[in-house]
Design a protein around this ligand. Structure first.
Ligand code: FAD
Length: 374
């Protein structure tokens, strides 16, 4: 990929910036993270540093404040950030709601929300799932009844990542029970401080608090906060889910695996398994590069395939990290366990959810089968 002198110069520019501007405390906090969702006290300061350089939103078009990079430059940027140990930025604003605001938003909505997402002033959460609506998302029941210039919302959302940090939510709500369930859904942008919203924590298997259930009790949301037409929210959601699932898994996973392979206290059997995973990662990276060039499949098809391969590879690396940590615990009598190994078990537990969120991997397989086989 990197034979082109212009791309090599670009990579060097990014590398030099990261070396000069990624603070050690942020790098260390990222290494100790037990989830791909990094808490905002770590991710937002880094987002502000990137924003000052114009690099907070590599995927955004230049007209909205993106750096105007092509796909290969974005991939190089992601790879360099992973190599430097930079934390992930929260995807809910920058990668999920922003593209749909660009696509479906009015001029006023774009002008209001996009700069606040870029700067980190607004921190978003995603209100799609409900207790009775996950894989079957169209079954959602959170009711939004028109009343004057507002909708009045009653019901609840569940598994809402970082709702306890967010000041904004994008939500799917039911505005009609007529016709197909998909035909009665609208997409709202709402203020988490609105009266009647209550956020209750859900503790995960790993003991983390990153998930919540959010309750709505007569919450008023201006009708002007709807994105797209009334009862046309399903199209907006489908557009968004492509961005949620699409991803660059390989750069970060390669770095994690290489840190494990660099250890010299690993027995040959475990080393052979680490080496085999390195080959699988090369294949994943090749597929990501192919998806990036748009060769051989639709974006939705690639999004589903990469979601399955990326999350399943991450889970295998989690398992290997636990085994390497076991060896290291036995060998490192001085107790100087590196961060990567110290968090191996909580990270393993947290990542069990990766094959469930953003649409479970069974559902992704179903989508691929339907697209390929009709
Ligand atoms: C860590 C985490 C973070 C999340 N964050 C958010 C968030 O921020 N916002 C949000 O809105 N949601 C979020 N979710 C919710 C997530 O999108 C749902 O959990 C997911 O869509 C699955 O829905 P469900 O949990 O209701 O399971 P169900 O839909 O009840 O599925 C249960 C099992 O049945 C399988 N299954 C269901 N239907 C089929 C089928 N037709 N064919 C084959 N298998 C099937 C599923 O694959 C799964 O294994 C999060 C979930 C997790 C675990």
């Amino acid at each position: 990929m990197l034979n082109d002198p212009a791309l090599i110069a670009f990579r060097d520019q990014v590398r030099a910036f990261l070396a000069a501007h990624l603070p050690d405390d942020i790098r260390l906090a990222a290494a100790r993270a037990t989830s791909v969702f990094i808490d905002p006290d770590v991710s937002l300061p880094w987002q502000r540093i990137l924003h000052a350089r114009g690099w907070a939103a590599p995927d955004w078009p230049a007209e909205f404040g993106g750096p105007g990079w092509n796909e290969i430059e974005r991939y190089i940027f992601a790879a360099e950030c992973a190599l430097a140990g930079a934390p992930n930025l929260a995807p809910m604003g920058l990668k999920m709601v922003a593209p749909v605001i660009m696509h479906y938003g009015s001029a006023e909505q774009r002008a209001h929300y996009l700069p606040r997402i870029l700067s980190g002033e607004d921190y978003w959460c995603q209100g799609f799932s409900e207790p009775g609506a996950g894989s079957d998302l169209a079954a959602l029941q959170l009711r939004a009844v028109p009343d004057g210039d507002d909708y009045v919302l009653n019901g609840s959302k569940i598994w809402t990542t970082h709702a306890h940090f967010a000041n904004r939510m994008f939500a799917l709500v039911r505005t009609s029970n007529e016709g197909k369930p998909q035909a009665g859904i609208s997409f709202l942008l709402l203020d988490m401080k609105a009266p009647g919203i209550a956020v209750e924590p859900i503790r995960t298997l790993a003991g983390d608090h990153e998930l919540n259930q959010v309750f709505f009790d007569d919450v008023r949301v201006p009708r002007a906060n709807r994105l797209g037409g009334e009862n046309e929210g399903w199209s907006v959601a489908k557009h968004l889910l492509t961005f949620e699932r699409g991803g660059k898994y390989a750069p970060g996973l390669i770095c994690r695996l290489e840190r494990l392979r660099a250890r010299d206290d690993i027995d040959p059997v475990l080393r052979a398994r680490l080496d085999r995973e390195a080959v699988a990662l090369k294949a994943l990276q090749a597929l990501e590069l192919k998806a990036m060039r748009g060769v051989g499949g639709s974006p939705a098809l690639y999004a589903s395939a990469l979601k399955i391969l990326g999350t399943e590879t991450a889970q295998r690396i989690d398992t290997l990290a636990c085994e390497v940590a076991g060896h290291a615990a036995w060998a490192d009598a001085d107790g100087q366990t590196p961060a990567e190994l110290a968090v191996a078990v909580p990270r393993y537990l947290n990542d069990r959810a990766a094959s469930i969120y953003a649409g479970s991997n069974e559902i992704q397989r179903d989508l691929i089968a339907r697209t390929m086989l009709g």
